[in-house]
Design a protein around this ligand. Structure first.
Ligand code: SF4
Length: 257
């Protein structure tokens, strides 16, 4: 990558300008979502540290990612799939879980051992999913073996993860690290946190016996192909110490980005 000039960090250029443009683009969203229906739900199979499991993947419909509302990551259009107004109440979120359980009953002979919950934001952000709902969801799935919840690192605390561990669930936090390189994460992806925050989140998870699944971005915007391959290799090596699983995700062009 080239070295930026100091001017590219002036206010009104660089990330301030990016965030301002992204807010305008995201405001063009026209589709509206029912807060009693999940964004998506599907049955699949997944590899875990304990072997392959039938999985139920749930994209909960919440108020969406706080960071996306401020501008957000360059490649991410998930906030366009969220309910307007910033929050979804407990009862509506539990209705969404009921819809997902019904989907599982209709599509599979047995209950899935693995539950994966995403929110087009952070499941552990209490502005998206409050403590009451988090505990109720942990209880609902207490008869399963393992749960994965996705979150930005800032929201990963031992207290929140204990809700799942106390129900006897093997627990993983999926973190969209994207790359282990802070410069690429900040300047190409426009993601605000540092690798040190990821390490801190992994330590918080480990303190209650939970694990980390790192999501890496295959070819962050603005990197050439060789740079992207190199970035992926270095990132896998660097995060292997803190994450038991790495998920490599090809960049795609999403709506409202
Ligand atoms: S990638 Fe994650 S943190 Fe970034 S805008 Fe999308 S949901 Fe938010």
């Amino acid at each position: 990558m080239s070295t930026p000039t100091p001017e590219s960090y002036e206010r009104g250029k660089g990330m301030d300008a990016h965030n301002s443009v992204m807010r305008d683009i995201r405001a063009r969203k026209e589709k509206h979502y029912d807060p009693h229906e999940p964004t998506r739900v599907w049955l699949d199979e997944d590899n875990t540290p304990d072997g392959v499991y039938q999985s139920l993947t749930i994209i909960l419909n919440t108020g969406g990612c706080r960071w996306a509302r401020a501008g957000g990551c360059t490649m991410c259009g998930y906030v366009a799939e969220s309910v307007e107004g910033g929050s979804v109440p407990h009862d509506a979120l539990m209705d969404q879980i009921d819809v997902c359980l019904e989907h599982e009953r209709e599509g599979a002979d047995e209950k899935s051992g693995l539950i994966k919950i995403y929110t087009s934001g952070s499941f552990l952000d209490e502005r998206e999913v409050g403590a009451e709902t988090r505990k109720a969801i942990a209880e609902t799935f207490s008869d399963r073996d393992r749960i994965v919840v996705e979150s930005l690192p800032d929201f990963v605390t031992p207290e929140k993860l204990r809700d799942f561990r106390e129900e006897g669930l093997e627990t993983d936090v999926a973190i969209g690290l994207e790359t282990a390189n802070d410069r690429v994460r900040h300047d190409c992806v426009n993601k605000y946190f540092d690798f040190d925050d990821f390490i801190q989140a992994s330590e918080n998870a480990a303190s209650v016996g939970a694990g980390i699944k790192a999501y890496l971005l295959m070819k962050p915007p603005f990197l050439s192909e060789p740079e992207a391959v190199q970035d992926m290799k270095e990132s896998i090596r660097k995060c292997a110490e803190y994450a038991h699983t790495v998920s490599m995700n090809p960049t795609n062009v999403q709506r409202y980005t």
